[in-house]
Ligand binder design. Structure first.
Ligand code: 5GP
Ligand code: ZN
Length: 112
């Protein structure tokens, strides 16, 4: 999608501080970190969010989770929180599927 900021990052049109990239996924540090360590794992394919994921994407989304966990440990984040927002009320601001990986501090529950 031409007006999607994460599609532009995936295409290399907007720079990002990348941790990992392959044909299907990209991980980069969040511009506005909400924890000492905060990165995002996105699909290169434009999916608006969790509610846009189809059966054909099952393997892709599984890889997002596995890659997020693997990269967390690789970057010294042994304990971490995954967040995926869906919709403005949930806090979604970028409508392209992304997994937040946060760590490096104690987390509260329930989340705000
Ligand atoms: P959401 O609120 O949609 O769940 O999360 C979007 C996240 O993307 C936010 O944490 C925000 O800081 C991050 N973000 C938005 N634009 C950019 C950008 O251009 N570069 C990076 N690295 N992060 C971004
Ligand atoms: Zn997109």
């Amino acid at each position: 999608m031409s007006d999607c900021i994460f599609c532009k990052i995936a295409a290399g049109d907007i720079p990002a501080n990348k941790l990992y990239e392959d044909d299907d996924l990209l991980a980069f540090w969040d511009l506005s970190p909400q924890a000492p360590k905060h990165f995002l794992v996105i699909t290169k394919k434009h999916l608006a969010g969790p509610d846009d994921v189809g059966e054909a994407d099952d393997q892709l989304i599984g890889r997002v989770l596995r890659t997020g966990a693997h990269l967390a440990v690789e970057n010294g984040i042994e304990q971490f929180r995954f967040v995926i927002n869906n919709g403005t009320e949930a806090g979604q601001t970028v409508f392209h599927f992304h997994l937040h990986v946060l760590g490096g501090r104690s987390m509260n529950w329930p989340p705000g």
